[in-house]
Design a protein around this ligand. Structure first.
Ligand SMILES: Cc1cc2nc3c(=O)[nH]c(=O)nc-3n(C[C@H](O)[C@H](O)[C@H](O)COP(=O)(O)OP(=O)(O)OC[C@H]3O[C@@H](n4cnc5c(N)ncnc54)[C@H](O)[C@@H]3O)c2cc1C
Length: 282
């Protein structure tokens, strides 16, 4: 049995209450969102669970192509929201519909996924590719690009803070997501998200992230830069696949070998770019 130390359960009415309860537990309390991840926690030192799902942070809002998603929105709420379905060529819906199973997506929240940020997870890969920004409240309100946060000891930061929302920038182009797993409900052996904008038949921007390498999703900035000015065409995508195979940083773990991941990374990035190009009408 996990989390054997739990003594008390709280519903936080607002962020201030959640933070003051967290502080009162002096490290022995944890915020609870969907509980999907927390239920698997080996920690026995947690005495109090602070449920944050009734604080009013389950929303999806949009303005001028940007989308803001409240941290306690479940993956299903996001997946089914028309704004999120349309955003950046529908990449959020593509990625979220590949996360675990429908019952799990009905409970798991986007904020919980951002904080747990498993290296094999799909959500960090797609959010990093999209340039998502997290806003959180700790001692003060702060915000940062997830890509930068994941370079820091972010779990330590979030132990004394509440993630409030994830903001997604507007993109004039489209993204696509690819995942390879052993079954429809399994976690990724490799995943990739890629997007591009095209003007006058040439790539004007590209964003590409590869995750579950087995490390967390990171951008391939060298490839993004190399694609600018290129003409989208099958030959270009084949060249991209070769370049990714040659340069992507992958390793072995108990689930897949690095050599296999290298091959699959090339294919996934090529497919994601091809599909993103198709979405922008090419
Ligand atoms: C069986 C299984 C399969 C999975 N498959 C996939 C997959 O295929 N692809 C994928 O991308 N992911 C996958 N995941 C990961 C899943 O997306 C995350 O575990 C889930 O989104 C966590 O959200 P939650 O609301 O349940 O978090 P919780 O379990 O409630 O919390 C997780 C952690 O985050 C903290 N936390 C939660 N919300 C906040 C907040 N707003 N502010 C600060 N801290 C917070 C909690 O204190 C806890 O430490 C899988 C998980 C499981 C268990």
């Amino acid at each position: 049995m996990r989390l054997r130390g739990i003594r008390r359960f709280h519903w936080a009415r607002d962020v201030e209450e959640a933070l003051s309860l967290l502080a009162a537990y002096e490290g022995r309390g944890a915020l609870l969102a969907g509980g999907v991840d927390l239920a698997r926690s080996p920690r026995d030192d947690i005495e109090g669970l602070i449920d944050i799902t009734r604080m009013g942070y389950a929303f999806v809002e949009g303005k001028d192509g940007k989308v803001r998603i409240g941290a306690t929105s479940t993956l299903t709420q996001v997946l089914e929201h028309p704004l999120a379905r349309r955003y950046a060529g529908g990449v959020l819906a593509e990625a979220l519909s590949r996360v675990a199973s429908p019952p799990l997506r009905n409970m798991a929240t986007l904020g919980g996924a951002v904080v747990s940020a498993h290296p094999w997870a799909d959500i960090p890969t797609v959010l990093v590719a999209l340039g998502a920004e997290a806003r959180w409240q700790g001692e003060r309100e702060e915000k940062a690009a997830l890509e930068d946060l994941y370079e820091k000891p972010f779990r330590k930061i979030f132990r004394q803070a509440v993630v409030l929302e994830i903001a997604l920038p507007a993109w004039s182009g489209a993204f696509a997501f690819e995942k390879v797993a052993r079954s429809a409900y399994d976690i990724a052996l490799l995943n990739a998200a890629a997007g591009l904008g095209v003007e006058d038949g040439r790539v004007v921007w590209a964003r590409i992230a590869v995750g579950a390498r087995p490390h967390r999703g990171e951008r391939l900035s060298w490839l993004e830069q190399a694609l600018v000015g290129e003409k989208p065409a099958p030959e270009l995508w084949n060249k991209v696949a070769e370049e990714v195979r040659a340069r992507v940083e992958v390793e072995d773990d108990r689930r897949a070998g690095g050599g296999w991941r290298r091959e699959v990374a090339g294919v996934c990035v090529r497919r994601a770019l091809e599909r993103a190009a198709h979405k922008v009408g090419l």
